[in-house]
Ligand binder design. Structure first.
Ligand SMILES: [Mg+2]
Length: 154
């Protein structure tokens, strides 16, 4: 698969109105990793329009490198990517954090079209903190992200 379905722009504008309240909160610094260019571009556009700051990369190695250089509220990580997949990238990030004692762990969220519960458990056991399933839902995605961040941080 690998295609994130998005509702069209007009629908998303109407939904924006309905969901402004849910989305209220500080802008998030988001590291977004997905190897499918159209997914990356659409998710970046969607999240930027809602005021979030996006660093977009196309594989897990670039995600790990960007993570070390930057400071993020959340990482949105595709699972299947060339060069380095989402699970290995997550594991590298967790190792890096463990060596940086001053740095609290960052929320990492899997983005996947895979609905298999057993696979979700593997992701969670690999250091990810939550799962957002593709196709991303415009009306829910920001509140889903905030909820997972809150649950992980509390
Ligand atoms: Mg992929």
């Amino acid at each position: 698969m690998g295609i994130i379905g998005f509702m069209n722009e007009q629908n998303s504008d109407n939904l924006n109105k309905d969901n402004k309240k849910k989305d209220l909160g500080p802008p998030l610094k988001i590291l977004l990793a997905d190897d499918t260019a159209v997914n990356l571009a659409l998710a970046t556009k969607l999240l930027k329009r809602r005021g979030h700051e996006i660093t977009a990369v196309e594989n897990g190695l670039l995600a790990f490198e960007a993570f070390k250089e930057g400071s993020f509220d959340v990482v949105l990580m595709d699972i299947h990517m060339p060069v380095m997949d989402g699970l290995e990238s997550t594991s590298k990030i967790r190792e890096f954090e463990a060596s940086e004692t001053s740095r609290p762990p960052t929320t990492i969220i899997a983005m996947t079209a895979n609905n298999e519960q057993s696979d979700h458990e593997i992701y969670l056991n690999s250091g990810m903190n939550g799962i957002i399933t593709k196709p991303l839902e415009i009306k829910n995605v920001v509140s889903q992200i905030r909820e997972i961040i809150t649950n992980f941080s509390s």
